[in-house]
Design a protein around this ligand. Structure first.
Ligand code: IDP
Ligand code: MG
Length: 158
């Protein structure tokens, strides 16, 4: 399986609560690679594009209002199977239901203020990384410890 690059957003509640470092550390500890990082306050039009699939749902206006209310940290995170690995590390959508050991399960109790976004499919990851990062903002860089994160003794890292 080839490496995937997924879009993660540390939402306004994560930034305001000072949880950025602890959440990034979880991904780094797992062995995933940060390839892009950008702090920004999401403009309304970008939030609407990002959450276009949810338009019309009862929580949509609140969601867009929340996501544009205060700065976020946007990350591009890379690794073999990174999309599903990050989703399982995030936990279920609602903080009240997310399992202990997941980011949402360990750091939050709210259903709408749930700390983190992660792309849910390869198609979403391609769309979302393209929305939030411009040309050259996601870096290809060689990690010094790559050969200890993956077994690189065969044809493909595993
Ligand atoms: P996900 O973030 O786990 O992929 P989605 O269903 O795609 O969950 O919903 C996007 C975001 O919308 C959630 O992360 C959460 O912030 C918000 N949201 C989803 N469902 C509800 C709800 O029923 N009430 C309030 N907020 C919701
Ligand atoms: Mg989603």
């Amino acid at each position: 399986m080839a490496a995937e690059t997924t879009l993660i957003i540390l939402k306004p509640d994560a930034v305001q609560r000072g949880l950025m470092g602890r959440i990034i550390t979880r991904f780094e500890d797992k062995g995933l690679q940060v390839c892009g990082a950008k702090m920004m306050q999401i403009p309304l039009t970008l939030a609407e594009q990002h959450y276009a699939d949810h338009k019309g749902k009862p929580f949509y206006d609140g969601l867009v209002g929340f996501m544009t209310s205060s700065p976020v940290l946007v990350l591009a995170i890379r690794g073999i199977g990174a999309i599903s690995i990050c989703r399982s590390m995030m936990g279920a959508t609602f903080g009240s239901k997310a399992d202990a050991g997941t980011i949402r399960g360990d750091f939050g109790v709210s259903n709408s203020f749930n700390l983190i976004h992660g792309s849910d499919s390869p198609e979403a990851a391609a769309k979302e990384t393209g929305l939030f990062f411009g040309e050259g903002e996601i870096l290809d860089w060689n990690r010094a410890n790559e050969v200890w994160v993956y077994d690189c003794s065969g044809d493909e890292p595993e």
